[in-house]
Design a binder for this molecule. Sequence first.
Ligand SMILES: [Zn+2]
Length: 196
Amino acid sequence: MSKESRKFQVPDALANLYDFANTLDLRHFTHHGVAHPQGDELKAPQDLASWMAARGMLQADTKITPAMFDTAVGFRRALRDYLQHDPPSRRQRSVARALNEAIAAFPLVAELGGTGKALLRPARNDALAGISTLVADLYDGMQSGSLDRLKMCAAEECRRLFFDRSKPATRRWCMSSLCGNRIKTRAYRARQRATQ
Ligand SMILES: [Zn+2]
């Protein structure tokens, strides 16, 4: 859970997934004359280790190798590609294929506990076990339907993941006051030009 996920009231169960997908910040719009700097929180294995440790996802005495790092970043890429589709399209096998291939590196095992509920736990016991918990979150979110509300902002110059809290779940922009307004203003100006 991060400051961002709390600010935007992302449910706890999806907060790590939301943060992980948003470690890549592609926003490149200008707001009040200031250009938003693009960035990637995960540039090297050490960055991933810090990110995971901050969330209690890194087991002690485990090390993230460059190959593990590439596997995790590959999962992030597939996750973002998948979440850019609207929920009905996500049901298509062809849309989910790349994500299914990426998560194959993070197998899960069922665990029956005292809670009266079965849980999915990472089958790996290395440093990437923490990333496997994101796959379990993905599974749970899909089962509960809450994943349908995790969406990518429709603004090409934003592409940030957001949690759609609107009742009809039809939001397209991370913030209507920001991306929504910018797109609407642009469309308005284009229409003005077209009629002139
Ligand atoms: Zn946006």
